[in-house]
Design a protein around this ligand. Structure first.
Ligand code: NAP
Ligand code: MG
Length: 404
């Protein structure tokens, strides 16, 4: 069989630990035999980040801006223990944070559904995609622990010296204090990324905040979304027959639980952090969650939602058999290859991405799974656990038949 051609390289960001092992298995078994794989390779493994003083992460993000599509393996975010383990000269920042800051995007996370694993919420039939604004609010806040009586004020001094000053609270005792911010530019990018993603995937978009209480802060998010929708996206939404709809966050939560899924739920940073864990857990597991960072100027970075699965890696190093679920990492590759195919007009490549995902689903529907999933299977379905390479080889068998 002749290999499927690519024209533009994918930006390939390799990573750490167990997911780095899976990365190579996926390439060897599911990609290289079928696709004339073109990538520009960046090693974001912690050893190389240390060697390059983290320049490699910055270079990989800039390459993503150049080529438009990247695929990323999970990476270690160093903490104190990792500084010792890897003998680091600095506690390098989270690569995801660095990449997001350069690409300025929104993270979209959607579950991969299979028949034998039923969502905890009975009426959910289709995936719910969470779109999380990945900038500002409580993640960039300044906090203060008030130890005794005193006055807390909000003070802003403009470049021209004009001031805004308002009392937050006259403390009669100890307490806590927090200052948060966001930027119009980031809120606009968030909105555009969400509208664009809704168009790309032909799904309704829901957005919710607490603007009845937060009359300036959350109100700005609400008005920005409405304004950008009316002026830039409404016509396209009408043409596709999809909807944009705003509601209060508490109302949204109730509606999400009663819904059958099949839409995008845009969330502010904190809401997205919390709700994406709720939604992914209710659908099954983090190992069955796809994740893509979309920037407003049309760059895409595909990854898995989970981490480097350290516990499994230490077992792997001891020579023990591991059954780590590669689904999310395979879908990062298929998502990136499909997008590359769409952008370059390569129907064969798009078709390959579809078939690769079908082969994964068929394998799971045949009851061949990694350990983490077997425990989630509903009564009446048969399933047995295999190790990671066994699972990948079972996918390969099915993929070969589909491509023949
Ligand atoms: P994790 O790697 O997601 O793993 C936590 C646990 O979840 C695992 O021990 C395993 O449970 C289960 N799990 C996660 N993914 C799985 C998979 N594909 N197949 C089977 N089980 C899976 O989170 P962590 O242990 O908190 O973090 C490990 C490292 O990853 C850290 O250094 C962190 O900085 C990094 N991290 C990176 C990213 C990213 O690059 N996007 C995201 C999060 C964390 P059992 O052990 O019970 O089987
Ligand atoms: Mg979280």
């Amino acid at each position: 069989m002749e290999k499927i051609k690519m024209t533009t390289p994918l930006v390939e960001m390799d990573g750490d630990e167990m997911t780095r092992i899976l990365w190579q298995m996926i390439k060897d078994e599911l990609l290289i035999p079928f696709v004339d794989l073109k990538t520009e390779y960046y090693d974001l493994g912690l050893v190389e980040r240390e060697k390059t003083k983290d320049q490699v992460t910055i270079d990989s993000a800039n390459a993503t801006k150049k080529y438009g599509v990247a695929v990323k393996c999970a990476t270690i975010t160093p903490n104190k223990q990792r500084v010792e383990e890897y003998n680091l000269t600095e506690m390098w920042k989270s690569p995801n944070g660095t990449i997001r800051a350069i690409l300025d995007g929104t993270v979209f996370r959607a579950p991969i559904l299979i028949d034998s694993i039923k969502p905890a919420v009975r009426n959910w039939k289709k995936p719910i995609t969470i779109a999380r604004h990945a900038y500002g609010d409580v993640y960039k806040s300044t906090e203060h622990r008030v130890e005794g009586p005193g006055k807390a004020e909000l003070l802003f001094t403009g470049e021209d010296g004009t001031q805004f000053r308002e009392t937050i609270y006259d403390f009669e005792c100890g307490g806590v204090l927090q200052g948060q911010y966001n930027k119009d530019s980031s809120i606009c990018s968030f909105a555009r990324s969400c509208f664009q993603y809704a168009i790309d995937t032909k799904q309704d978009l829901w957005f919710a905040t607490k603007d009845t209480i937060s009359k300036k802060y959350d109100q700005t998010f609400k008005l920005t979304f409405q304004d950008i929708f009316d002026n830039e996206y409404k016509a396209k939404f009408d043409e596709l027959g999809i909807e944009y709809f705003y509601t209060l966050i508490d109302d949204a939560v109730a509606r999400v639980i009663r819904s059958e899924g099949g839409y995008i739920w845009a969330c502010k940073n904190y809401d997205g952090d919390v709700m994406s864990d709720m939604v992914s857990t209710a659908f099954g597991s983090l190992a069955m969650m796809t994740s893509v960072l979309v920037s407003p100027d049309g760059n895409y970075e595909y990854e898995a939602a989970h981490g480097t699965v350290t516990r499994h890696y230490y077992r792997y190093l001891k020579g023990e058999d591991t059954s780590t679920n590669p689904m999310a990492t395979i879908y990062a590759w298929s998502g990136a290859l499909r997008k590359r195919g769409e952008l370059d007009g390569l129907t064969e490549l798009v078709d390959f991405a579809d078939k690769l995902e079908e082969a994964c689903i068929d394998t799971l529907n045949d009851g061949i799974m990694t350990k983490d999933l077997v425990g989630l299977v509903s009564e009446g379905y048969e399933a047995h656990a295999v190790n990671s390479i066994g699972f990948i080889k079972a996918i390969r068998e099915r993929l070969e038949k589909k491509l023949a």
